[in-house]
Ligand binder design. Structure first.
Ligand code: SAH
Length: 232
């Protein structure tokens, strides 16, 4: 059997974990041993009696920066050099996380996720410890912890055994490069709106065709960027 996916998170806010990952689908999977989570407090490697982890930015400016030596010591203690898992720094400057990367990670041994705080981390530690910068979108969070949970949530639901194995994960938005078709359930008639007749027709080929058309139309209208890629 393949080793379960191993996540290691480095953070200044360890109490934020497992957070949302301790509940529902991800939490059940954690309890079932389908993935594991190690949370490391960067402050354990802080300097002096006050365990200082940050300092003022060289060159001036607002805020504080996490020290390279402190963060490197935390990484070195948490991750052995021979560890082959990809290492990420959550960062609004990074490659934007997407479903393809989630799939890729789900097929691998795990991931090391470093959560920034304050203004960010000393630039030297990024290359010095082989961190790939990873963003969850074009906005700025106050810390990498929620971003790390977003990344892990997307990966965990793809791990073998986590979902029903009914293929529902393959039909989701983004899996085929399209946004998903609309869903309906009972009641058949609600506030003057009826479920589209085709969905109750029992004609599975026609339903599949209708869903494909809907997915294409929604993608074309809402996300011309995805539509252009899909058509290529
Ligand atoms: N000064 C930085 C922002 C720091 S925000 C800049 O302008 O680029 C503090 C921390 O929150 C970051 O170090 C990062 O770990 C996390 N963070 C903020 N926005 C994020 C995003 N969109 N994706 C992933 N992590 C993010």
């Amino acid at each position: 059997m393949m080793e379960a996916f191993r996540a290691t998170v480095l953070t200044l806010m360890p109490d934020m974990f497992p957070g949302a990952l301790g509940l529902s689908l991800a939490g059940d999977a954690l309890q079932r041993g389908l993935w594991s989570l190690a949370v490391k407090d960067i402050r354990d490697h802080g300097i002096g009696r006050h365990r200082a982890v940050d300092d003022t930015p060289a060159g001036g400016g607002p805020g504080m920066v996490i020290r390279a030596d402190v963060l490197a010591a935390a990484i070195d203690a948490a991750v052995p050099t021979e560890d082959t898992r990809p290492r990420f720094l959550l960062s609004p400057r990074g490659r934007v996380f997407d479903q393809a990367l989630a799939r890729g990670l789900a097929g691998g041994p795990g991931a090391v996720l470093v959560c920034g705080r304050f203004e960010g981390v000393d630039e030297r530690v990024i290359a010095g410890r082989g961190l790939q910068e990873l963003s969850i979108g074009d906005y700025v969070l106050s810390g990498g912890e929620i971003a790390a949970q977003v990344v892990l949530d997307a990966v965990i639901r793809l791990l073998p055994g986590v979902m029903g194995g009914d293929g529902s994960d393959l039909e989701e938005s983004h899996e085929q490069g399209l946004l998903e078709y609309p869903h309906y359930t009972r009641p058949r008639s609600w506030e003057g709106g009826d479920i589209p007749a085709i969905l109750t027709s029992g004609n599975h080929a026609a339903i599949a065709r209708w869903r494909q058309e809907q997915a294409e139309a929604i993608t074309r209208i809402r996300r011309p960027d995805l539509w252009a890629k899909y058509r290529r």
